[in-house]
Design a protein around this ligand. Structure first.
Ligand code: ADP
Length: 578
């Protein structure tokens, strides 16, 4: 399942809104361009006059005057063009910056379940390849298209005004040009879309191979992963060849019209001049104008091509905005001191394959509950339901009487947070990493949070304490240290309910137990759900829930469960003898 792609109408509406939001700047650029194009028309016109005047007999003074006017026009054009280009660049940059920020907001707010299902490759391709592809179109394309269109229109109008009969010949290449360009633009979007898609899967394959390198090594999957990359590369190659094929028709076709047009104007104009219908000067000017059109027309075709590529990328980027949210805040406010209740919770990753079969559980405010059970039983899945990461596919998890997924995300995070074994150290200082949870936290609070997870000692031993740069390019934290940082973030976040999914698994058992105890002291009064494979966590908890095959099979205090002699008792005894 891929992320959605916006249709043409949506993409176009988005582009129009973007331009409308920047209308004034856009009009200013168009006006400046118009002035510079007008100045550009002066040269050929003067040359035409010079030809006519020379034939009629003229003075050196008159020629000098005309040359002077031409120089002034060229200088004026240079100045106006510089200003227009500067404005256009600033315009392109600010529009692109705004788009990028908006895109980032969209991506970070995507429902996790959708991202997981679509695979990260698609999203990575959209945030890298596609953004890169629209970048030039927005930065240069919009300004360049404006310049080309304005210049072409003004030049054609000037020709029609000056000598309409001769100007007709300018359009002789048009049928060819239009045919080729239409042929191309009809095929281009699909071809480029296919090309982008092949890169998305190539990206996915490479990313997965790299991220799963241990599994690939262990299972000796190297050959298969290579074959898959080769197949992806072959597909990308085919797609590239197809778009290249399109361009090999476009480019010569357009070039040919540039050869035909001035020749036609010269021959037709020459004939008319010989008949005395027009002056040689007018023909000279029009041939020059026709030559001058080459640049803007090429620019137009080039940017239309780039724009059709960019439009595909834009559709993919806007598509990310179309991902339906997996929840909608209902506006209901939970009772402040209400506990958490799971009722008949079911979940299926794939339709028809429930991994949770209707779990009921009441969490008492302030209690510490351990969840244990065999691997694959559904503990993590249930933990994600308790943290409101996914809406359950059946039943509900409520806090203070309101389903978790009916809460606005901010409110949800204040209520309940999840820490898993997967942790990420962000590039920045230790303090930056912690302040993600609480932007305004004082250094003192950060240190308290680190102390609560037994991390203050090693952080203070770092060269610059909490101001030490960590993550890629900085000090590399051990997985256990990264886990502690993640837990310290949770302490700062201070939600009512904490779900810890093997959150101390990377620490050695003794350190883990010590950490859990100091954490418990800090989190006094908070509800803690700890999914654990080390049974000391269960031993220290108020209650233990045993999950087997998507159901809670035993629930009670450690001593009671051991006395009852069920699965937990068996687990406990075998763990003790490990
Ligand atoms: P536990 O935490 O008890 O080991 P999990 O909740 O991780 O169990 O997994 C429960 C079941 O759901 C397993 O059969 C597992 O294969 C399946 N499962 C877990 N995550 C996914 C996923 N992202 N997509 C499909 N199936 C999954």
């Amino acid at each position: 399942m891929k992320l959605p792609i916006a249709d043409a109408a949506t993409t176009w509406a988005y582009t129009r809104a973007l331009l409308r939001a920047n209308r004034r700047e856009f009009l200013l650029i168009a006006t400046l361009t118009m002035l510079s194009s007008l100045a550009g028309l002066v040269g050929p016109w003067l040359l035409g006059r010079l030809v006519d005047d020379a034939r009629a007999g003229t003075t050196a003074g008159h020629v000098r005057d005309l040359v002077l006017v031409a120089v002034v026009a060229i200088l004026a054009r240079g100045v106006v063009q510089k200003i227009a280009q500067q404005r256009a660049m600033v315009f392109g940059e600010s529009v692109f910056a705004a788009m990028r920020e908006e895109f980032l907001d969209t991506v970070t707010a995507l429902p996790l379940s959708t991202v997981e299902r679509a695979g990260t490759g698609d999203l990575v391709a959209r945030t890298t390849n596609d953004v890169a592809k629209i970048q030039n179109a927005v930065r240069f394309g919009v300004p360049q298209l404006t310049v080309s269109v304005v210049t072409i229109l003004l030049t054609v109008v000037a020709c029609l005004v000056m000598a309409p009969l001769v100007a007709v010949a300018m359009f002789v290449g048009m049928p060819l040009l239009l045919t080729v360009v239409r042929w191309y633009l009809r095929r281009a979007p699909d071809a480029y879309q296919a090309e982008s898609a092949t890169y998305a899967s190539l990206n996915g394959t490479v990313t997965e191979s790299v991220e799963g390198v241990r599994a690939v090594d262990a299972l000796d999957l190297g050959g298969r992963r290579n074959d898959r990359s080769d197949a992806d590369i072959a597909a990308a190659y085919t797609a590239e060849m197809r778009t290249l094929g399109l361009r090999t028709v476009l480019f010569p076709g357009v070039d040919l019209t540039f050869v035909i047009a001035p020749v036609a104007v010269l021959v037709w104009g020459g004939f008319l001049a010989s008949q005395g219908t027009v002056t040689m000067g007018a023909v000279t000017a029009l041939v020059m104008y026709t030559f001058q059109l080459t640049g803007p027309v090429w620019n137009l075709v080039f940017w239309l091509d780039e724009m059709s590529v960019a439009a595909v990328s834009l559709a993919r980027i806007i598509g990310v905005r179309l991902v339906p949210t997996d929840r909608a805040a209902s506006g209901a406010t939970p009772a402040e001191d209400g506990g958490m209740e799971a009722r008949g919770v079911r979940y299926a990753y794939r339709e028809g394959h429930d991994v949770l079969h209707g779990i009921d559980l009441d969490l008492r405010p302030g209690e510490r509950l351990a969840i244990v059970g065999p691997s694959g039983a559904g503990k993590s899945t249930f933990g994600r339901m308790l943290a409101g990461i996914h809406p359950p596919t059946g039943g509900s998890v409520t806090v203070g009487g309101v389903p978790l997924v009916d809460l606005p995300l901010e409110e949800l995070r204040r209520r309940v947070a999840l820490v898993t074994q997967e942790h990420h150290v962000f590039v920045g200082t230790v303090a930056d990493n912690l302040r993600l949870a609480d932007v305004g936290a004082s250094d003192e609070r950060l240190r308290d949070a680190l102390a609560a997870v037994d991390a203050l000692t090693w952080v203070d031993d770092l060269e610059q304490g909490i101001e030490t740069e960590v993550g890629s390019g900085g000090v590399t934290l051990t997985p256990a240290q990264a886990q502690q940082v993640a837990l310290a973030r949770l302490v700062l976040l201070d939600p009512d309910v904490l779900v810890l999914d093997e959150a101390t698994s990377l620490l050695d058992p003794r350190a883990a137990r010590h950490l859990e105890r100091s954490l418990a002291a800090v989190l006094h009064g908070r509800t803690v759900v700890a999914i654990a494979h080390r049974l000391h966590t269960a031993h220290d908890a108020d209650r233990v829930a045993v999950v087997e095959d998507g159901r809670i099979t035993e629930l009670g205090a450690h001593d009671d469960l051991v006395a009852a002699g069920g699965s937990y008792a068996a687990l406990w005894h075998s763990w003790q003898h490990e």
